[in-house]
Design a protein around this ligand. Structure first.
Ligand SMILES: [Zn+2]
Length: 391
């Protein structure tokens, strides 16, 4: 038998089980306890009713919530784009090649360098409360470079996404049809065994709706499940394609028509909002309020990448979503936990209910609301992942 531990004297416990506590979507329980056995939660409820356990941790009147589920990141990269960001934020022109800069540096990096970068950003995210993360390829754009990025990623997470269709590889810039053939042929064959998901950047200058449909359909035929970078920089077909293909998630969703919003609201495709990108490019915020009011499921994620959103901090994204995207603190916390789990079609993370993984974050604050109320403050006081205390 594995030993059991109770975390007790929790002032406010977010369970994301509406049958518990205040019966809100957060299932908020006051004066609560959580019991962990092995890697799972076995009990949640009021402290006074907690069963006997081998070990006891006193939360000392602070808040506990599920570990964040960061469902969108790009952590397999090398190189540095500080100057590009500095120029953009200083109003200076900058002519380097954006994603292409990172592609060149990533191709030149060793496997060990790529893995060292990944583990560094994962450790950074864990310290800020993230216990589940998805990450993508997309800076290799050759069969060999994409498949090695996925092999490295798969050593650290089950949520690995093949994004060969990030941009057309520079050497095939004049022949995008040939690149789509490569992505749906030899590259897909090499990458499918190492990934769960397939993704496309559906946008002007990247891949149009027909190309995106061909790539995602080919991926589905190989057992990968689709997700799409959709409607980030302009209106377009991405969101409706995501719904048509039953993608788990349409990511960005900044430029939406009423038909796009209706399509999301009447599907199980999650709208994943990535405010770090709008922050880092001074772009228009996505309208979370409009999506939630229409009935869509919304996730919040970092989009951590070296070009357009170099943050691994889910708390930062929660604060932006509350300040600038019309979300309440409760909605933002739900979207960064249960919402992220929905965007990965997971039921075993993002909730603190019996049977779920014991992935949880203890805040140095009496309430989850402090994640937005005290922006930029390192509030994470403890992190358990799979029942093991990591922070
Ligand atoms: Zn992205």
């Amino acid at each position: 038998m594995s030993s059991s531990t109770v975390i007790t004297n929790i002032a406010a416990l977010v369970t994301n089980d509406p049958s518990l506590g205040d019966h809100s979507p957060l299932g908020l329980v006051r004066d609560a306890a959580v019991v962990i056995e092995g890697d799972r939660v076995v009990w949640t409820g009021e402290s006074s009713k907690a069963p006997a356990t081998d070990n006891r941790v006193d939360a000392d009147g602070r808040a506990v919530l599920p570990g964040f589920v960061d469902s969108h990141s790009h952590l397999l990269f090398a190189g540095d784009r500080t100057e590009e960001f500095n120029a953009r934020m200083s109003g200076r022109p900058y002519s380097a090649g954006g994603i292409r800069t990172t592609v060149a540096a990533t191709r030149a990096a060793s496997d060990a360098e790529l893995e060292a970068g990944l583990t560094r950003y994962l450790a950074e995210a864990l310290r800020q409360g993230t216990t589940t993360f998805e990450t993508k390829s997309g800076y290799g754009l050759t069969t060999a470079d994409e498949s090695r990025a996925l092999r490295v990623a798969a050593r650290h997470t089950d949520e690995v996404t093949f994004l060969g269709a990030h941009i057309v590889a520079p050497e095939l810039a004049d022949d995008p049809a040939a690149y789509v053939d490569l992505v749906t042929g030899e590259m897909l064959d090499a990458c499918a065994p190492h990934a769960r998901w397939i993704d496309v950047f559906c946008e002007k200058g990247a891949f149009d709706g027909d190309q995106a449909r061909a790539i995602l359909t080919a991926g589905k035929a190989r057992g990968l499940h689709p997700r799409i970078h959709a409607n980030q920089l302009s209106y377009g077909p991405g969101v409706r394609l995501a719904v048509e293909l039953d993608a788990a998630s349409a990511d960005h969703c900044t430029h939406l028509t009423d038909a796009d919003v209706d399509a999301l609201a009447n599907s199980r495709t999650v709208a994943t909002l990535l405010p770090g990108a709008e922050f880092s490019t001074r772009a228009q915020w996505p309208d979370a309020r409009r999506l939630i009011d229409a009935g869509a499921t919304v996730a919040l994620s970092t989009d951590c990448n070296p070009g357009s959103s170099f943050t691994s901090s889910v708390p930062f994204c929660i604060a932006l979503a509350v300040r600038d995207m019309g979300m309440t603190p409760d909605e933002a916390v739900w979207s960064a936990t249960a919402g992220g789990a929905a965007a990965l079609r997971r039921e075993d993370v993002g909730r603190l209910v019996p049977g779920a993984y014991a992935d949880l974050t203890l805040l140095d604050a009496p309430s989850h609301v402090h994640l937005a109320y005290r922006p930029g403050v390192p509030l994470v006081a403890g992190v358990w992942r799979r029942g093991v205390r990591k922070v």
